[in-house]
Structures are given as structure tokens and as C-alpha cells.
Design a protein around this ligand. Structure first.
Ligand SMILES: [Zn+2]
Length: 199
């Protein structure tokens, strides 16, 4: 399984990370880059949404089959999501050029807003359905359940920020091994996001 960054190394700067921003949560990562910089599919999959979208101006949503890592990735703010000729229902390869960075919608400078939804609930279901349906967003006893891990260095700070923004902290900061701490929070879709801080 191959994963790519949505823009090539050296062509972007992270202008807004995942986390609290202006009193709310920012559920993605903003890659600032020059208008027209190429955007690549992070994983292989099927284009399930493309075109106009509130806030993003335009967006592309790609659903990833299990062999390509599962989940959904979202790319926002391009001027024209069809600029490369991409259409809904088409298959893309990991690392395929799918769009160009723009400054469309609620955007204060050219960037691509990128989200990863390992278990996003608006996507086509790709996980094999477990015998007993796991609680949405739950880990305990949930066979086949996936969650997203982000490595951070300010674990307590980001966990507190998520709580302050009104979202559920499922597992407060805890040390799971010497030098390794985690916390788990829940996003608006009910997915759990793990923050991992290793010394
Ligand atoms: Zn963003």
C-alpha cells in the first residue's frame, strides 16, 4: 500500500495544521503552495465527489479500497476540480496528478486543504463488515476497526485544544510505554483520532 503527500516535497508549507483554529477545530491540514501547483492523489481509489462544494469552492473526494489503505481523502479549494479532465467515478492511482492548487471558496491564499478520513461515514463502505457491528468511533472490541494516528510533540496542548473546542476526548493523555504517550479524540463523524507523542 502506497501513500503520497498531496503536494510534492519542497513545493509547499503547512500553513494551518490539524487542530484548533479561531475557536473551532480545523479537521484537515492546509498545504500552502503557489497557485497552479500540482495536487496528487494520496492513495489509489475512486473519485466519489468532484466539483462545487460549500466552503471549499471546489473539492475532490477519493474513496480508497482496502488494498489501497481504505478510507477517504479530501482535497479542497482548487479553481476547477476538473482541470486535469478528472471525472466522478474514475479510478486514480496513488500519486496521480489530480488537480492544481487554487484559492477558491473560504480561502485566504492559495493552498490545498487535505483531509484523511480512515473511517469517514459519508464514504462508500470499504471495510469488511464485522460480525458484531462495532460502536461508531469505538476501539474497544471493534474488530476490523481502523483509526487514524497523528504523531505530535505537544500532546497535552493539542488534546486540551480539542476539548476546549467542544469535542470529545475519548482517552485522555496516558503513557502506554516508557516514553510513549497517547490520547484519543473524536471527530464530528464519530471517528477516533489518536495523537501519539514519542520521546
Ligand atoms: Zn483547511
Amino acid at each position: 500500500m502506497t501513500r503520497f503527500m498531496p503536494v510534492r516535497a519542497g513545493t509547499y508549507q503547512i500553513s494551518s495544521p490539524f487542530g484548533q483554529r479561531g475557536g473551532g477545530m480545523h479537521w484537515g491540514t492546509d498545504f500552502a503552495a503557489q497557485d497552479g501547483t500540482k495536487i496528487y492523489a494520496a492513495q489509489a481509489g475512486t473519485v466519489v465527489h468532484i466539483g462545487r462544494a460549500d466552503g471549499f469552492g471546489q473539492w475532490i473526494v477519493i474513496d480508497h479500497p482496502e488494498e489501497a489503505g481504505s478510507g477517504t481523502t479530501v482535497y479542497g479549494h482548487m479553481w476547477d476540480a476538473h482541470a486535469t479532465g478528472l471525472r466522478q467515478g474514475e479510478q486514480v492511482a496513488a500519486g496521480q496528478h489530480i488537480a492544481f492548487v487554487g484559492n477558491n471558496g473560504e480561502s485566504s491564499g492559495p493552498h490545498v486543504h487535505f483531509e484523511v478520513h480512515p473511517t469517514g461515514d459519508y464514504r462508500v463502505t470499504v471495510d469488511p463488515m464485522p460480525e458484531a457491528k462495532p460502536a461508531r468511533g469505538g476501539i474497544a472490541g471493534a474488530s476490523g476497526y481502523r483509526y487514524w494516528t497523528m504523531s505530535v510533540t505537544n500532546l497535552q496542548e493539542i488534546t486540551d485544544a480539542v476539548a476546549a473546542a467542544g469535542y470529545k476526548v475519548r482517552i485522555p493523555v496516558m503513557e502506554i510505554a516508557p516514553g510513549t504517550k497517547i490520547s484519543m479524540v473524536e471527530d464530528p463523524d464519530g471517528n477516533w483520532v489518536e495523537f501519539l507523542d514519542r520521546d
